[in-house]
Each structure stands twice: as C-alpha cells, then as structure tokens.
Design a binder for this molecule. Sequence first.
Ligand SMILES: CC(C)(COP(=O)(O)OP(=O)(O)OC[C@H]1O[C@@H](n2cnc3c(N)ncnc32)[C@H](O)[C@@H]1OP(=O)(O)O)[C@@H](O)C(=O)NCCC(=O)NCCS
Length: 172
Amino acid sequence: MILGDKIIINGLESNDLKERHLWLNDPEITYYFTNLGSIPTSKSDLEKWYENISAKRSQELHFSIFTKELKHIGGAQLKNIDWKNRSAELGIFIGDKSEWGKGYGTNATQCLIDFGFNELNLHRLWLRVDQDNLAALKCYQKAGFVQEGIFRAEVFRNGCFHDSVVMSVLNN
Ligand SMILES: CC(C)(COP(=O)(O)OP(=O)(O)OC[C@H]1O[C@@H](n2cnc3c(N)ncnc32)[C@H](O)[C@@H]1OP(=O)(O)O)[C@@H](O)C(=O)NCCC(=O)NCCS
C-alpha cells in the first residue's frame, strides 16, 4: 500500500476489475489514451489479462487508486521496467469522472514517483501524453515531470494524427 496525502494506492485486485471494465469502455476516459487502451475491452479479455499480470511483474506493475475513504477511483501502472537502466513508463487514470479536478491525479503521480525512486530504486520515469490532454499535462508537470520532446503525429485519434509529448522525471 502506498499512502499519499489525498489517495491510497494498492496493487490491482480482481475485485477492482468491475469498475476498471466500465472505465476502460468509457470514451470520455480513454479519449486521450495513446495506445490500444482506447479500444473497447470485454470483461473476459480484461479477466484474462489480469490472470497473466503476475507473470509479468518484473516488467510491469498495475495499481488501483482509492480516496482516503477507500472509494475506488482509478488505476495506474509502471510499465516497461528496465532494471539495468533503472527506468519505467508511468501511466495513470482517474476513472471516476466525478473525482476529476480534486488533486487525486497529481497526488497519485507524486506517490508513484516516490515509490519508483525510493522503493524500486529507479532513476528515470517517463511517459507520453497527447498534446491536447491539458489536464494530464498539468497533472504531470505539477508532480515534477518535464517535457523532453515531441513525437510527431504519433497518435491517431478522431480521424487524424496528433503529436504526443514525451515527459520524464529524474531522481537526482
Ligand atoms: C489526467 C487526469 C489523470 C488528471 O487527474 P485529476 O485528478 O483530474 O487532476 P488534478 O485534480 O490533480 O489536476 C491537475 C491540474 O490540471 C488542471 N486541469 C484539470 N482539468 C483541466 C483541463 N481540462 N484543462 C486544463 N487544466 C486542467 C487542474 O486544474 C489542476 O491544476 P491546478 O491544481 O493548478 O488547478 C484525469 O483527468 C484523467 O484520468 N483523465 C482521463 C484519463 C487520462 O487522460 N489519463 C492520462 C493519459 S496520459
């Protein structure tokens, strides 16, 4: 369990899949997802995916985000964990839209940075975010990420290609 000022992060449990399934099929939530996560996911595919995640724990870790009142509000992950170069790709979503804009995304990002650096001994966390996803850009900046560059026309969304912003935070 990772304790933040505003949120609690736990390992993803099978009990969390029901809400995750709803969230991952909500186009408002997945609108800016830069990967295959924006494609609708069936409950059985999600369950099969969950059955396999423990076998991949050396490369990716999946989490659920809760308020202090233990309300399940979203998910997060550290993927592409590179133990030699001590880096990982961070991802986050607040699936409960009624909880957007309350600082939970920023606090969850801060907690994962702290966990990545101080528990996993990682040196660099990075991510890619759609350049139009202003809430995410702000959330990551507030947590300490800085822009590294642009991947041009990386994301196909709503009929055309969009740039994505590459961001990272280093443990100096
Ligand atoms: C992006 C996301 C994680 C942000 O989480 P959140 O809890 O809503 O964000 P926070 O409350 O921590 O707010 C972060 C900052 O963004 C600002 N913000 C929120 N929505 C905004 C918007 N639409 N435009 C501009 N800024 C916005 C907030 O005002 C806040 O800045 P402030 O503290 O200076 O006021 C959440 O909105 C989300 O999960 N969206 C859908 C999934 C997604 O896009 N994930 C990221 C994929 S890379």
